[in-house]
Design a protein around this ligand. Structure first.
Ligand SMILES: [Zn+2]
Ligand SMILES: [Zn+2]
Length: 376
């Protein structure tokens, strides 16, 4: 059975590879995959379209206790495996898969102390590297994989209306890792990760009570959490959920569309993005979570906010350095509207490296960040 599959797989590779160089590369990649497959426990990773992008030791920060745990990561073009190393005999080691995330729908963001967060559709993990450089390498490799995946998925979509990002029950049916509310216990978004209800955008300064949707982990207001659904991970017991999860579980596309129309929400969707904290000059300096995609830059009061304080179409702006002497902050740069130069936004980063990274992204797009370190 296996050898039949191998023959088929090799045939697919040779069909896909147009000339001999590609062919050799594909063969090498496939051999590497076979070797990794032997070492991995509890997961068959053989797939002729899969190849390794990056691997290495990393520290995982435990979800609740925040304890550091030794892990080994394999990043492929389509999946990420977070493994625990097990020493069997003196000479041989094996890797037990603790978590598998699909690259499709994945998001990465910076955190402090060489940490970064990878959010998959169903689960998220916080990781830590030893050096800032290592973190940059990992983030670059991840962004590159996400971007490739988005590009591939885009080319499959033919008649899909642009802008309709509503995920419905029958949407993306080829996607085995799609988010199903209540299938797994969600990561609870921390209270300080959002300043507003993640469903209707109501300001938590005005309404004090915050609730968590038990299906998706979103922080929502009272009104938006007044639904109950049976959740699979909780033995199908009834749980408080948000409207979006409630209607998704019921498959009520009409109501979901109504919700979508009513909201003023900035959905970043599946786009590849890069984000961390920056200061924006607005009279004084105000700290925002700033996210950039290939099209726009968003300034948010907190990372999980659903409405941006500011949206800048970056293609219409040019980025330039600001002399540190002329400002009361260090690591300053500005975005100026290319046509008349009248609109200018001045930002300050928290470190020299971070400023360099932002200027690179804003000049060359996410591509700039990705190409910087060749990880493949
Ligand atoms: Zn709400
Ligand atoms: Zn929910």
């Amino acid at each position: 059975m296996f050898s039949w599959f191998l023959v088929e797989a090799l045939k697919i590779i040779s069909d896909a590879a147009k000339h001999s160089n590609d062919m050799m590369k594909s063969m090498e990649q496939f051999e590497k995959l076979l070797k990794i497959n032997e070492k991995i426990e509890g997961e068959d990773i053989i797939d002729p379209t899969r190849h390794l992008l990056k691997e290495g030791k990393i520290t995982k920060i435990a979800n609740k206790s925040k304890d550091p745990q030794d892990r080994y990561i394999y990043l492929f073009n389509d999946i990420l495996l977070c493994c625990e190393k097990k020493r069997l005999l003196a000479a041989s080691t094996s890797f037990k898969v603790k978590l598998k995330l699909e690259v499709h729908g994945m998001k990465v963001s910076d955190s402090d102390n060489c940490r970064f967060i990878i959010e998959g559709k169903t689960k998220s993990i916080e990781l830590q590297t030893n050096t800032e450089e290592d973190r940059e390498d990992w983030m670059a490799a991840l962004l590159s994989a996400i971007r490739e995946m988005v590009r591939k998925k885009e080319s499959f979509k033919t008649n899909d209306a642009v802008g309709d990002r509503l995920i419905t029950a029958d949407d993306e049916d080829e996607d085995e890792d799609k988010f199903v509310p209540g299938k797994c216990e969600p990561r609870w978004i921390k209270d300080d990760e959002t300043t507003m209800c993640m469903r209707c955008g109501a300001d938590f300064k005005l309404i004090k009570r915050r609730h968590h949707c038990r299906a998706c982990g979103a922080v929502v207001c009272n009104k938006c959490s007044s639904f109950e659904s049976a959740l699979q991970y909780d033995n199908n017991k009834m749980n408080k959920v948000c409207g979006k999860c409630y209607y998704t579980l019921r498959g009520d596309v009409e109501e979901l569309k109504k919700l979508e129309r009513r909201s003023l929400i900035t959905e970043l969707g599946d786009e590849a993005s890069f984000g961390n904290f920056l200061y924006l000059q607005k009279g004084g300096w105000v700290k925002y979570w700033v996210v950039v995609t290939d099209q726009d830059l968003y300034a948010l009061k907190a990372p999980k906010d659903v409405r941006a304080v500011l949206t800048i179409p970056i293609k219409l702006y040019t980025v330039s350095d600001v002399d540190a002497g002329s400002s009361d902050k260090e690591h300053v740069f500005k975005l100026t509207n290319g046509t008349d130069g009248r609109m200018t936004y001045t930002f300050a980063a928290e470190s020299k490296e971070m400023k360099k990274r932002w200027m690179m992204v804003l000049t060359n797009g996410l591509e700039g960040l990705i190409n910087k370190s060749q990880t493949i």
